[in-house]
Design a protein around this ligand. Structure first.
Ligand code: UDP
Ligand code: MG
Length: 314
């Protein structure tokens, strides 16, 4: 079993000025039990005092570091930056708002010491999360499971421990629009899941609005499969079959009976509208994927750093 190892804790922070000091007050006593540690806050273009507080904290304790973005690049990019800069033998990512209990850290490290390469956590449903958030999150994981072959368990969050070799592998991916939750699952390795109770946000407000959650959900679905594209073939097949059956019916009536079948224009109108609608939807989906390809081919970095107390590990 490893004895001397370094623990890195990565915390994305967007407007978390009120939470940082409390976070460190709870986190540091736990980390001090290990032989070496570092805490890396990723300031994701906060508009409040987050950066100046981080500068102050770094002066107080040189093991508390920060990487400050040039603007807001989003939670997933902040996580990625934290992993890029972390140098620990294991790296823990967690929220900076105290929703992820620091008390879980020793348990996660123990699981890692007993051989797990990725220690995931699973949020147990409780009332500290809003009803809407719980329902939309469950719905999302069901759709994701259906649309892709990535079966991320319900309640998975970006609160996890990664072994150094997983971090190294992760750094090598050049995918810009990375959906970490699915990607980690896709990576394989020896993974375990630990349940935890989500706490209430210490101070401030969640920055994941419904719109942002939907964007994250869409990026999760599109980055892991082409099922929406396949929908085109399926719908096309169905409408063609229906059209063909209808044509058979009309022909039969015309040839074998003397009934008048060319009755309403309503049926024509309805089918034109439906097929037109389906076509527009499919073109939209094609466009979405085309857009994603376009964004990826530009090879833009996922984030830009304006200042930092660390240099990037290679
Ligand atoms: N966060 C970030 N960039 C953003 C939005 C959020 O780095 O653009 C951070 C935030 O500071 C927090 C974590 O991501 O540490 C989770 O965000 P939040 O608490 O707003 O989401 P929720 O817990 O409600 O899902
Ligand atoms: Mg939160």
């Amino acid at each position: 079993m490893k004895k001397n190892f370094k623990v890195s804790v990565v915390l994305p922070a967007y407007n978390e000025a009120q939470n940082i000091e409390e976070m460190l007050r709870q986190l540091l006593p736990i980390l001090k039990k290990y032989s070496a540690y570092e805490v890396i806050f990723v300031n994701d273009g906060s508009k409040d005092e987050t950066l100046s507080i981080l500068q102050k904290m770094h002066q107080k304790n040189p093991a508390v570091h920060y990487v400050s973005f040039s603007r807001n690049f989003g939670h997933q990019s902040a996580l990625r930056a934290g992993l890029d800069y972390a140098s620990g033998d294991c790296v823990i990512t967690m929220d900076a708002d105290l929703q992820h209990p620091v008390a879980m850290i020793p348990q996660m490290i123990d699981a890692w010491l007993s051989g797990a390469e990725i220690v995931n956590t699973l949020r147990q449903e409780n009332s500290n999360q809003s009803w809407l958030k719980r329902k939309t999150s469950n719905l999302f994981y069901s759709i994701l499971g259906f649309m892709t072959n990535i079966h991320v368990p319900r309640g998975a969050a970006d609160f996890r421990l990664l072994d150094k070799k997983v971090v190294t592998a992760l750094k090598k991916t050049t995918e810009r629009n990375l959906f970490l939750r699915g990607y980690i699952y896709w990576m394989g390795y020896k993974q375990v899941f630990l349940p935890y109770q989500v706490a209430k946000r210490f101070k401030g407000q969640s920055s994941y609005t419904l719109r942002r959650m939907m964007m994250l959900a869409w990026s999760g679905i599109t980055s892991f499969g082409i099922m929406p594209l396949r929908l085109a073939s399926v719908l096309g097949f169905i409408t063609t079959t229906v059209g063909f059956l209808y044509a058979c019916y009309v022909l039969y009536m015309k040839i074998f009976t003397d009934m008048f079948v060319v009755s309403g224009w309503a049926s024509v109108l309805v089918s034109v509208l439906i097929i037109g609608g389906i076509q527009l939807i499919i073109i939209g989906i094609l466009g979405e994927y085309l857009g994603l390809i376009y964004l990826e081919t530009k090879h833009r970095p996922s984030y830009l750093v304006s200042q930092s107390t660390l240099s990037k590990e290679d």
